[in-house]
Design a protein around this ligand. Sequence first.
Ligand code: IMP
Ligand code: MG
Length: 204
Amino acid sequence: MMDKPGNGKTGNLNLINNPILGKILFPGSEIQARISELGKIITTDYTGKDLLLVSVLRGSVIFLTDLMRQIDLESSIDFISISSYAASKNVHATGVVKITKDLEDPIEGRDILIIEDIIDSGLTISYLVRNLKSRNPNSLEVCTLLDRNVKRIAEVKIKYAGFTIGDEFVVGYGLDYKQNFRNLDSIYRLNTTVVKKDIALMDT
Ligand code: IMP
Ligand code: MG
């Protein structure tokens, strides 16, 4: 099944014909090939360990489900949801983050790999790393599909990254614009002439 039709917000247009979408930055096939490479590296690195993949809701879910099937090891998954206060106030990121849905299980002694969709300022992930480290895992590393390091504010150690991108807003393959477009197979640039004002106001 390829990219699905829209949800009605855009009238009769199919999702991929939406004028908000710009060029494809990473086609689905390229994403899958990279995930297969990452899966092999992670399999080697975590052999003999107690791997728990922690997916940060909601953007990393698609990445998680593909990546975990490329890891040839016994492993488990869990989910955490966080919100930054900045997101709700439409001001620039403050680094004030709170957990809105916590992990189901304790992580003490386990080997934690945080799965993110994109790391931008790094404020969200650095909060999460600090919080999870305080629970005494055996190890804790970060795996992100996209690394946009041009606007990094907080220092973050990213052990695994799919692709590095520049200063452009992207959607698809889990990443959203106003909660839409997550179900595209490929990663697209947004058509900034259509949504310029909105993006300037967003905290990401
Ligand atoms: P950070 O705290 O600035 O690193 O924010 C990272 C979060 O912002 C990601 O987990 C995404 O949810 C969101 N985000 C940042 N850039 C983009 C983008 O280009 N498209 C969609 N979401 C984004
Ligand atoms: Mg996110």
